[in-house]
Each structure stands twice: as structure tokens, then as C-alpha cells.
Design a protein around this ligand. Structure first.
Ligand code: ATP
Ligand code: MG
Length: 197
């Protein structure tokens, strides 16, 4: 049988329970065999602020997903030079598993922007898109190619990485917003102490 693989792309600076619930919920809904989290290399949309080192974001994502047998983390974007374009992510993953059916999972905010992404015509060649609800954003697939996107309602988690960074910068807790091991990793590596979110 053709394997069904979810792809959860993100900056994951840091990874939080909103990401994990979205992946888990879509995995259940689509009976996915696996969800691959793909931390970006240098995200081209986020040139305004310094993103944490890719290795830290990669390791936090590994820590957050390690206990789930269906979750894994890919280094394709971390190891590719230059800014990360999702079209390249999907092309690379497709090349390593040409027989798998790929489902790219994206929150309502990112879904609204897809048409502005680079190489947009290539995006839908390799993956079906799954748009998930996110508090504060309208989930709409109006302008995307017909049949290329399915929308899914996931438990509302009003958590963002920006808010987590701001909290750490202000000395406030991120316990229960991110997995325990990620709280400890942030502290160990002194991430986000400069509140330049
Ligand atoms: P930042 O605040 O730095 O933009 P973020 O919380 O939006 O961080 P990203 O790494 O930018 O996290 O998001 C990766 C993917 O996860 C995107 O598709 C985004 O829409 C989705 N996502 C992030 N947070 C949530 C959430 N709370 N609920 C549902 N989807 C989410
Ligand atoms: Mg974001």
C-alpha cells in the first residue's frame, strides 16, 4: 500500500504544543503512517529578526517529537544552503520517497499566504495541502487550486513561537506551552533572553 506521509514545515523557534496537536490531529484524520517535521534552514519570510541557529531549532524539534513513534524530523532544509522554499522541501522529500503520498500541513495563517510563496506552481505537484485552524486566523482555501487543499479543525491552541520567545525574554514561564524537554533546552542554551522577537 502507498505510504501516507504528513510533512509539517516550520521555523520551530521554538516548537510548541500548537504544532504537535496539529500534526497529531491531521495524522489521525488522514490515517498517516508518519509525520515528518521539517525545521526550515533560513526562512525567507523571516528576514526581519534573527532566527535561532538551525541546529538548536532542529534539536528542540527532535526532543519534542522523540516520544511519538509516528513523528520524525528531517534535516533536508537545515542542510540545504540558502533560504528555505517549501517547493524545494517537497521536491527533496519526494525524491527520497517517490512512492509516498505527501500531505503538507499548514496553519490558517500560513495557508492564507501560500499564493505569495515562491515557486507556487510547483507546490501542489508533490503534496496535498492540509490547512488547520489556528486561533486568531480565518481558515479559507478560496484562492487555491480546487481540490489541492483540505481544511481540518484542530483543538484550539492559542500558542505561538513569538509569544513563547517574548515570555522567555520577559522572564515568564513557557511550561505547558512547549514540551518539558524544550523548556529545559531553552534554558540550557540561554535562548530568547534578548527580547528581540
Ligand atoms: P512565529 O510566531 O515565530 O511565526 P509560529 O508559532 O507561527 O511561530 P511557525 O514555526 O511559524 O510557528 O509555524 C509552523 C506551522 O505551524 C505553520 O504552518 C503555522 O501556521 C502552524 N502553527 C503554528 N502554531 C499553530 C497553532 N497554535 N495552531 C495551529 N497551527 C499552528
Ligand atoms: Mg508563524
Amino acid at each position: 500500500m502507498q505510504r501516507k506521509i504528513g510533512v509539517m514545515g516550520g521555523t520551530f523557534d521554538p516548537v510548541h504544543h500548537g504544532h504537535l496537536v496539529a500534526a497529531s490531529e491531521v495524522a489521525d484524520r488522514f490515517a498517516l503512517d508518519e509525520v515528518i517535521f521539517v525545521p526550515t534552514g533560513r526562512p525567507w519570510q523571516k528576514t526581519g529578526r534573527d532566527v535561532s541557529p538551525a541546529e538548536d531549532r532542529y534539536l528542540m524539534t527532535v526532543i519534542a517529537t522523540a516520544s511519538n513513534p509516528r513523528f520524525s524530523v528531517s534535516r533536508v532544509d537545515v542542510d540545504r544552503d540558502g533560504p528555505t522554499y517549501t517547493a524545494d522541501t517537497l521536491a527533496d522529500l519526494h525524491a527520497t520517497m517517490p512512492d509516498a503520498q505527501l500531505f503538507f500541513i499548514t496553519g490558517a495563517d500560513a495557508l492564507q499566504q501560500i499564493l505569495s510563496w515562491r515557486k507556487v506552481d510547483e507546490l501542489f505537484r508533490y503534496a496535498h495541502f492540509v490547512g488547520v485552524t489556528r486561533p486568531g486566523y480565518e481558515l479559507a482555501d478560496g484562492h487555491l487550486p480546487q481540490g489541492s487543499v483540505t481544511t481540518v479543525e484542530v483543538p484550539a491552541m492559542a500558542i505561538s513561537s513569538s509569544e513563547c520567545r517574548a515570555r522567555v525574554g520577559a522572564g515568564r514561564p513557557v511550561w505547558y506551552l512547549v514540551p518539558d524537554g524544550v523548556v529545559q533546552y531553552i534554558s540550557k542554551r540561554s535562548l530568547y533572553l534578548n527580547p528581540d522577537v
